[in-house]
Design a protein around this ligand. Structure first.
Ligand SMILES: [Zn+2]
Length: 273
């Protein structure tokens, strides 16, 4: 790759090095991310590690570094090695919502088994509410998607009267996802301000991605979170981003190479996701 040298004010250089340290990445990766955001090169690209089928079939080993993931997106969701909790990526930071109810920011280097991310940039913003359920929230968002055949990222902010969320627990056994999901911990958060982070994926992509809406929650104080099962709110602000480039990184080692991934995961995902 080419090398570019540039003259910067000392204050900007300090900010640049601090941003790299916060992300646990290199100065190069921050400059790349900033230039891409400024120049708009990846505004509509979805970056994904592994596939939903692999997750359902129990491929939970880390495949791609968290630094690489953040190089391709500042917003997204996923899970952790050995299925140790739900991942939420907001504003370039990775949060881990564990089955014990803890939420931890992860800025250490780690290998990620499954994640979906983008460099978030709203194409459309609108208000919805009141919504009495997740199904109602989804129906309120539907008319703002111009196609059922493209991907979308959604960032939904506001005060929630309640959020019903789950977090999967760590496993070292070669269990399939449905078995692990039966051990999941569910929590109900009341009157909490926060963000839903998620994606809408087409039905035809169901062997790669969770079809329809897939949302994770993170409270504003970063102390509550998980995979969203239901929610209720008086008023929410929705930001929607169209995604028409789909960049998938498949694991090149471990169980992914030998596991039978020929089954359609739709029925298992419907029960667990
Ligand atoms: Zn999830």
């Amino acid at each position: 790759m080419p090398t570019v040298s540039a003259v910067l004010p000392a204050s900007l250089e300090t900010q640049l090095r601090e941003a790299a340290a916060r992300r646990g990445g290199s100065v190069d990766s921050v400059v790349n991310a900033a230039l891409e955001a400024y120049l708009g090169g990846r505004d509509h690209r979805l970056y994904q590690i592994s596939t939903s089928t692999a997750l359902v079939e129990g491929v939970y080993a880390g495949a791609v570094s968290s630094a690489t993931l953040l190089d391709h997106g500042d917003f997204g969701l996923g899970t952790f090695a050995d299925l140790d909790g739900e991942m939420v990526i907001v504003d370039g930071a990775i949060y881990q919502c564990r089955a014990d109810g803890s939420v931890t920011r992860r800025d250490d280097a780690q290998e990620v088994p499954f994640a979906v991310a983008t460099r978030f940039h709203a194409d459309t913003t609108f208000e919805v509410g009141p919504v009495a359920s997740l199904a109602e929230l989804e129906r309120a968002c539907d008319p703002h998607r111009e196609s059922d055949n493209l991907f979308y990222a959604l960032r939904i902010d506001g005060r929630f009267e309640r959020v019903h969320a789950r977090a999967v627990g760590a496993t070292r056994a070669p269990a399939r996802f449905v078995d692990v999901a039966s051990q999941q911990t569910e929590r109900r958060f009341a009157d909490t301000e926060g963000t839903l982070v998620g994606f809408w994926s087409p039905v035809y992509a169901s062997t790669f991605s969770v079809p329809g809406y897939h949302l994770h929650f993170l409270s504003r104080d970063r102390r509550q979170g998980g995979h969203v099962l239901d929610c209720r709110a008086a008023s929410l602000r929705v930001e929607l981003q169209l995604l028409h480039e789909y960049d998938v990184r498949l694991p090149d080692r471990g169980a992914f190479l030998t596991r039978d991934l020929s089954h359609d995961p739709a029925s298992d995902l419907a029960r667990t996701e």
